[in-house]
Design a protein around this ligand. Structure first.
Ligand code: UDP
Length: 248
């Protein structure tokens, strides 16, 4: 079999990220699953994560081994364009996830949902099945299990026969979990999806389409949940570093 062509991997301030479109990401995921991949993973890159990864070599290493690193935040897209002149576009993880569910329903891949509160996980599973008729939820587990329950969970995931595993523990917990358990996982691909299940059930609202179109989703999230402000102080520092890197 021909090796699967990978999207162009570039970097932002030394943090890897792929220049890929939504269609390209879906095509790549499909080829991985159909090619019999095992324990491959897709992670999202946004400015907040770039700043966190600059301070954490081990986490950066975990990210760099991902099969696909999607440009999830507009800041990262801006940096890819500015630093490398690439025609980068945003591929939000929260949109890739339902698109992967649509693919799974079409191809008959089972999916496993791991993470978020029990009622959120249950509600999201119900909504996804309604939205993508034929989608097989091979299993699910909430994200508040104890460490000693993890080997059992991995057995449950493998026994479910799921081809795609969504891990919704927030960052960097979900990336660390994937890195720790992937050698034992039989699923084809995992995606770290943060709070996507919360947005599917509606406990957390996504920004209205106008904000998304203008690249202001981050602003909407900041205003609607001011507790996130602490996390977003890294944004101006990120922008400043990109501008400096460009000058250099
Ligand atoms: N979560 C979890 N277990 C934990 C901590 C968090 O399952 O021990 C879930 C939480 O319920 C929420 C998600 O992880 O569904 C975190 O969402 P957030 O929006 O903070 O993640 P981000 O996308 O910002 O990384």
């Amino acid at each position: 079999m021909n090796p699967i062509e990978k999207p162009l991997r570039t970097d932002v301030l030394g943090v890897p990220v792929d220049c890929v479109t939504m269609a390209g990401a879906l095509d790549f995921a499909e080829k991985l699953v159909d090619g019999g991949a095992k324990g491959q993973y897709i992670l999202a890159i946004n400015p907040e994560k770039v700043m966190a990864l600059l301070k954490d070599d081990l986490l950066r290493e975990a990210f760099s081994k991902a099969a696909l690193l999607i440009p999830d935040g507009i800041g990262v897209v801006w940096a890819m364009r500015r630093l490398h002149g690439l025609e980068a576009v945003r591929v939000p993880g929260s949109e890739l996830m339902p698109n992967l569910c649509e693919l799974a329903a079409r191809k008959g891949y089972g999916i496993f949902l791991f993470g978020s509160k029990e009622e959120v996980s249950r509600g999201a599973a119900e909504k996804l099945v309604q939205q993508y008729p034929g989608l097989k939820i091979a299993g699910r587990a909430n994200g508040y299990l104890k460490e000693e329950e993890m080997p059992g969970l991995v057995e449950q995931i493998n026994a479910s026969g799921a081809k795609i595993l969504f891990v919704a523990l927030g960052s960097p917990r979900q990336e660390k979990w994937i890195q720790r358990w992937r050698p034992q996982l039989n699923v084809g691909i995992c995606q770290g999806i943060g709070g996507t299940l919360d947005t599917i059930v509606g406990t957390v609202k996504r920004a209205p389409p106008l904000f998304c179109r203008l690249g202001l989703e981050w602003f909407y999230r900041l205003v609607s949940d001011p507790r996130r402000a602490k996390r977003q102080v890294s944004l101006p520092v990120f922008a400043w570093k990109v501008l400096l890197a460009k000058v250099k």
